[in-house]
Design a protein. Structure first.
Length: 169
């Protein structure tokens, strides 16, 4: 019985330690801002944005104005591409298209290493936004609803600062 109890406690400790170790931080001396949002609205079983989604994609431009975005990332899906396009056109930036499904561990590390001290936006999907939000140290509900806009300021240590906003129709 003692052995089983000791093994259970060891397993719990291991889970807690490894769970905490996965949170990413910006390189020393930097703070990196990662904006997280879901693609615009679509109809069930369609990969294309509906009218509201197209309006929301346009509204994204105004929602992030003044945030000095230097890079746009999205998975290789039509709905994400069409959400990113108005912002990319406005900023004169060519978006980074990521294979689907994206490796969120690798992608979050790319944000923090290749864009350290800068601001990037991830236009993701319901299922990958939760993972990246968690990796960046976000707590609570991830930005998985249409119109959610989370601005995550990832520091070199400690918890991130998260500003939660809404945008669009």
């Amino acid at each position: 019985m003692k052995l089983v109890r000791r093994l259970a406690l060891t397993l719990i400790a291991f889970t807690v330690i490894t769970g905490c170790a996965t949170v990413k931080h910006s390189p020393p001396g930097t703070a990196t801002t990662i904006i997280l949002t879901r693609h615009g609205d679509r109809d069930l079983l369609s990969d294309e944005l509906n009218t509201t989604g197209l309006q929301r994609a346009q509204a994204l431009v105004e929602a992030v104005s003044g945030l000095d975005i230097t890079a746009i990332y999205h998975p290789d899906l039509s709905r994400n591409k069409h959400t990113a396009q108005p912002l990319a056109n406005h900023l004169g930036i060519t978006p980074h298209v990521v294979s689907n499904p994206p490796n969120m561990d690798q992608l979050s590390q790319t944000f923090l290493s290749e864009h350290a001290g800068k601001t990037v936006i991830w236009i993701g999907n319901k299922f990958n936004l939760g993972r990246i939000y968690s990796l960046l140290g976000g707590e609570g509900t991830a930005p998985t609803s249409y119109g959610d806009l989370y601005i995550v300021n990832v520091r070199a240590s400690g918890a991130p600062e998260v500003i939660k906003k809404r945008y669009g129709p």
